[in-house]
Design a protein around this ligand. Sequence first.
Ligand SMILES: [Zn+2]
Length: 448
Amino acid sequence: MHEQTAYAEIDRWREKLDELALNIWKHPEGPFVEYKACEWTAQLLRDAGFDVQVGVGGIKTAIRASYGSGKPVFGLLGEYDALPGMSQKVCDHKEAVCEGDYGQGCGHNLLGVAHVGGAIGLKKAMEENNLPGTIIYYGCPAEEVLTGKPFMARSHVFDEIDFSVAFHPGSSNNVSYGVMTGLNSFKLHFKGRTAHAGGGPHNGRSALDAVELTNVGINYLREHVPMTVRMHYIITDGGAAPNIVPDKASAWYFVRALTRETIDEVYGRMLDIAEGAAKMTGTEVEVEFLGGCYPTLNNHVLGDVMYEALCDAPRDPWTQEELDFAAKLNGDKKMDELLNTKIVKHTGNGYGSTDVGDVQHIAPGISFGTACYNSAAPGHHWNVTACSGSSIGMKGMIYAAKAMAAFGLRVMGDPELLEKAKKEFEESMGGSHYVCPIPDDVPVPNQD
Ligand SMILES: [Zn+2]
């Protein structure tokens, strides 16, 4: 009954929700500069009667929008940032709106707005039925660089919540029971001594040699870490010309693992390798720590509620036109369905990362997805940008909003269930507490 009220309210707001998602899609913005997305999202939440603060945790593009009072406190984790180089038109072949520009290649326009819709639906059901509790929409910047939520968590923004939900658009309808990796992101800057590479190489101390030897060391390290560890790098500065011994060189690294302890341990070994490489080459190394995040900690008690909510929430069927569009995007990849309709439980681990895990280490939380793209769409791909600006993405987004409203109502209305979820959370944490992986002296980027 309460759920029907929430579903009807989301339908009543549907045009505005679609419009907001499309506007964010049309104006893709990078990490910590999501000014338009933040402004428009905050305005819609004000229009819907939420108490809205922008700039929470000292981050210009972070939102806290609340409704209600007292316990339990339910957090809905929205995001809106885009990816570089992912500009794409809504069409069945690769064609950028503006070549090289940002684009919604991870569908965060749908992600942010689905949580707004969920909060709006919940608010109406709570209002009409005098239900106790508080719902809070968090607009979280910079997920694509995996530091938005950790920076917010460092400022204790999430300490108030009892449980959370995090929706992510995808190519399937799913609830996550497994773990996605956490990570550290850092740059190494080597300083050496320049020289004429032909005329006086013995006078030079190559910073590029140090980068290369660091990478050789890291590649040997791969055999002696758990198989679930991932290490990646790019060289961001390798010198100016082959005939000049580079006195400066830099590289950017990620280390990912399924536990924070493993990330910290392997990170330390990578730094040891860098110091060894500096010693070998007669250079100096400086570490620039960019950020880190936790692995996810999906709560299985909440997962079961989310799964039921996904099964029960109404959704629009795919039209023939949408199926034809998906068929073109899928190309010759053979899939069970062109646009997925099944609802699945994802129990395996994932080796990408999300910063949702930081919030899930503060209070019980669950991640879920709905089909918003063609079934064969790879992650961070032009297929995703294309679908995120189409009716396929919008339908998946509205379905997600309804499912999360139903999920919220069920958990908020069942104190025993929430206690069970908290018990599971405490057991998973084993007596430990969240410690932000980003030290206090690392500034939030782009706040000037
Ligand atoms: Zn994403």
